[in-house]
Design a protein around this ligand. Structure first.
Ligand code: ADP
Ligand code: ZN
Length: 529
């Protein structure tokens, strides 16, 4: 008797409105939902905040049976389930944090067909009893959240995910939807093959975050550089500062507090109550700065994070993009700022060399680091490079440091030859290893204690590079690394030649280098007007 049903009315749309209270689907949500309701498989690549959850929650409510959601985010399951229950959705979870009684209760509900959604930690599937439990219920779909965890090539591989390939063999008629916010082309391909999703429909949303200004600066005095950024561009605003180690998290947070910034530390070594308290303060209060290791951020939904700063080089472009993506979820101008130096590369090489795992694993880590370096040293638009890494073509963005203040490039062939021939001479000394600092000192003709100790002032290259300042030689070193014309080796960050170095030394190859712009780009806010 009231209003006529809208023409586009469908069971999915009714659930969207009645259960979740939203008017319309976003992006390709509706297509994904219809695909899964129709019994088909789907692979969904959408950035964080795009609304992936509804892509499986709605089909689970429309189709008969229970939707089984595989998720590695154990710490978030309770919250997710509580939020669903508040909407009247019959949801439950099974993971290692529960005691036997809680688990039994959820299992009984599932078997009785009283659950719309069951969240499951991936390691549960290794337990034979879980598979038998699943056989006793009726399953409407499998949702594989954080699907990039199945990819060994990716930056967040979890062996438990490999077992997920068996779901399809066991339940060939149950539709599957795999979802991730981070997948390069290589990772996308690996998810497809490992989960057997070649026949699935692939939904790939744009990964661009146009309101985030990407900037990468040479690391000089990182804490001071950071403070300058906070004071001039983001005073009193909320942000995240990522550091590699727990100790630098603590030092940086304390230093910021000393300098009048309201900062809190967060890392896995802190007491869990302190961690939880700091996290909830960051979410609830305005203008707090969270200084954290990458342990912080998964599942954090704070819309007004105005900046994400990295004081150390991230280990992969995927990780970097995911971390910076926590800025500006409200769509307002935000900054992603990274400081990196040669020491970062040395340190990470060392970590790779001593890491657990086989040779192939170390090669993957090294390839991730190389890609990250190439991004840092590019003269092109940062966003073009980033999106290209995720398989998406774009035009220069006008909102990154290289677009705002284009770096000049200069013919660095002679400088590279000087640098490389110094390495050649140092390599003749078998017992002693030298890094970039010693090379720069030799080239600039500095008689430091270490130069005199090893008679390096007697080398023919001593003083031949006085035309460049120390910061410039450091920049040369970083770029030669990024171009794979030198490599880092061993514990002390010894620089060594690569296969390609000889071409430069012989004069058969020219080397283009970027000159670091003297001035920093304008602030994010100024750039918008
Ligand atoms: P993701 O998993 O992709 O990071 P979520 O599923 O957590 O994103 O959704 C992000 C936010 O957007 C949530 O608060 C969610 O309720 C909201 N949302 C998702 N889809 C819609 C929609 N169609 N209309 C309005 N809000 C939506
Ligand atoms: Zn750009």
């Amino acid at each position: 008797a009231a209003f006529p049903e809208p023409a586009e009315d469908s069971p999915a749309l009714r659930v969207l409105r009645r259960v979740f209270g939203y008017d319309a689907f976003r992006g390709s949500q509706q297509e994904v939902v219809e695909q899964v309701i129709g019994g088909g498989d789907a692979l969904v690549l959408m950035p964080t905040g795009a609304g992936k959850s509804l892509c499986y929650q709605i089909p689970a409510l429309v189709r008969p049976g229970t939707g089984v959601v595989i998720s590695p985010l154990i710490a978030l399951m309770q919250d997710q389930v509580d939020a669903l229950r508040a909407l009247g959705v019959r949801a439950g979870f099974l993971n290692s944090t529960q005691d036997m009684d809680e688990r039994r209760l959820v299992e009984a509900e599932f078997v009785a067909g009283e659950l719309d959604l069951l969240y499951l930690a991936p390691e549960r599937l290794r337990v034979e009893a879980t598979v038998r439990l699943l056989e006793r219920g009726s399953i409407s779909l499998f949702a594989i959240d954080e699907a990039h965890c199945v990819a060994q090539w990716g930056h967040d591989f979890r062996p438990d995910y490999l077992a997920l390939s068996s779901l399809h063999e066991h339940w060939p008629t149950v539709p599957r939807v795999a979802l991730t916010a981070t997948a390069t082309e290589a990772t996308h391909a690996e998810i497809t093959s490992r989960l057997g999703l070649a026949d699935a429909r692939h939904f790939v949303a744009s990964f661009d975050r146009p309101n985030i200004q990407y900037r990468i600066a040479p690391k000089d005095e990182p804490k001071k550089q950071l403070l300058q950024l906070l004071r001039t561009e983001h005073p009193g605003e909320a942000g995240i500062v990522y550091c590699l180690s727990r100790s630098s998290v603590e030092k940086t947070a304390a230093w910021l507090v000393e300098h009048g910034v309201e900062a809190l530390p967060y890392h896995a070594g802190l007491d869990s109550r302190v961690r939880a308290a700091n996290q909830s303060r960051f979410l609830r209060e305005d203008g707090l700065v969270m200084v954290a290791t990458i342990a912080f951020g998964m599942g954090i939904d704070k819309p007004d994070v105005r900046f994400v700063a990295h004081l150390d080089l991230p280990k992969s472009v995927e990780g970097y993009y995911q971390e910076t993506g926590r800025a500006g979820r409200d769509g307002l101008p935000s900054t992603a700022w990274l400081a990196y130096g040669l020491q970062d590369v040395v340190q990470q090489r060392k970590m790779i060399d001593t890491s657990e795992g086989d040779q192939a694993h170390r090669r993957r880590l090294a390839a991730h680091l190389d890609a990250m370096l190439a991004l840092c040293e590019t003269v092109e638009c940062r966003r073009v490079r980033l999106l290209d890494y995720f398989g998406q073509k774009s035009e220069p963005c006008g909102n990154c440091d290289t677009c705002l203040v284009p770096p000049e490039s200069w013919d660095g062939t002679v400088a590279a030859q000087k640098f490389l021939s110094t390495i050649v001479r140092l390599q003749r000394e078998r017992h002693q290893k030298f890094g970039a600092t010693q090379i720069a000192d030799i080239l600039m003709g500095r008689k430091t204690a270490k130069v005199i100790q090893f008679d390096h002032d007697a080398l023919s290259v001593f003083g031949v590079g006085a035309e460049l300042a120390e910061a410039e030689w450091r920049s040369v070193a970083r770029q030669l690394l990024a171009q794979r014309l030198v490599a880092v080796e061993g514990e002390y960050g010894t620089l060594v030649l690569t296969e390609d170095s000889a071409e430069v030394l012989r004069g058969n190859r020219t080397v283009a280098l970027r000159r670091e712009p003297a001035k920093q780009p304008r602030a994010a806010k100024a750039a918008r007007t």
